[in-house]
Design a binder for this molecule. Structure first.
Ligand code: GRF
Length: 285
């Protein structure tokens, strides 16, 4: 049960304990406060008393839980949690945007994106698409309980088999996170300005076919560049070519290696990709 909650809320062991403590302390304090409040009303402990008690506890509970969450460092979690509960009960729940992540490798970016959107009601990572059965991202999909498909070269580049599948999963936005195959025109045309990619360099430099992973970082070091970074861009029918959405830079030190640069770039990607996607999705609504 605890494993399920950790996964669902995207939290670690310590946060889970602190969240449970917040629920317990907030809940019992609010129960006591509700009873104290009713002492002031002189109501007899009958049906009316219980109705008033339930009402006051319902009103006080979010306030108590939020107040307790602050010293326990769980305010952001509870702010999102209460927002979610409120959206559900008030019927203000906006249509959820279903997102597919296409990835071919370890999937560290995919994991960050999944974690970022876990507590958001308006966005759901609904599908992982991968071309490599041995990729780490498949394990992530299994672990997170997200449906995944392993695509086949022939079907991907010919016909509209996968386009249909994306439609069946009600996908309206595609995120490429280390996906090494070119996206077929049929998919690009069906998702205009709704497919984004992240590239581990400052495009238009160091992009194009074969420019992935450490090949990019090594090329940057060989060219004695003093700056690198990430580019988040829309996807068109050419590799690493679509309109740029944002670029974040970082310095390349004199003794930099492809590995050390890759680490720096990954940190930037993890920090900026999820929130850039969130900003784009907000505009879609
Ligand atoms: C990232 O560096 C990304 O920029 C590139 O592929 C890499 C994927 O890494 N397109 P990971 O699989 O998300 O760890």
């Amino acid at each position: 049960m605890f494993q399920k909650l950790k996964k669902r809320w995207g939290v670690n062991n310590l946060n889970l304990v602190l969240i449970i403590c917040t629920f317990a302390i907030g809940g019992s304090l609010c129960g006591k406060a509700g009873a104290k409040f009713l002492e002031l009303t002189n109501l007899d402990k009958g049906i009316l008393w219980w109705l008033a008690y339930i009402l006051s506890v319902t009103i006080l509970w979010p306030l108590f839980v939020l107040a307790i969450s602050i010293p326990l460092g769980q305010f952001v979690f509870f702010k999102n949690y209460l927002k979610k509960v409120w959206e559900r009960i008030s019927g203000r729940h906006k249509a959820t945007i279903q997102v597919a992540i296409f990835a071919s490798g370890a999937g560290s970016n995919a994991q960050k994106i999944i974690d970022y959107f876990k507590m958001k009601t308006s966005v759901k990572i609904a599908l992982i698409v991968c071309n490599n059965p041995a990729a780490g991202v498949i394990e992530i999909a299994k672990c997170e309980g997200i449906p995944y498909i392993i695509i086949n070269n022939q079907q991907f580049f010919n016909g509209d088999h996968y386009l249909q599948l994306l439609k069946e999963h009600k996908i309206s936005f595609i995120v490429l996170a280390g996906f090494l195959w070119k996206i077929p025109v049929s998919i690009i045309n069906s998702f205009p300005n709704k497919i984004v990619n992240i590239h581990p360099a400052l495009l238009p430099k160091f992009g194009g076919k074969g420019m992935y992973g450490n090949h990019v970082h090594q090329a940057i070091i060989d060219k004695k560049e003093t700056e690198s970074g990430i580019t988040i861009h829309y996807v068109d029918e050419w590799y690493d070519h679509g309109k740029s959405i944002c670029q974040i830079t970082c310095p390349v030190e004199i003794d930099e290696t492809a590995e050390s640069l890759a680490k720096k770039i990954h940190l930037l990607e993890h920090q900026y990709y999820p929130k850039t996607i969130a900003a784009l999705l907000k505009k879609l609504k």
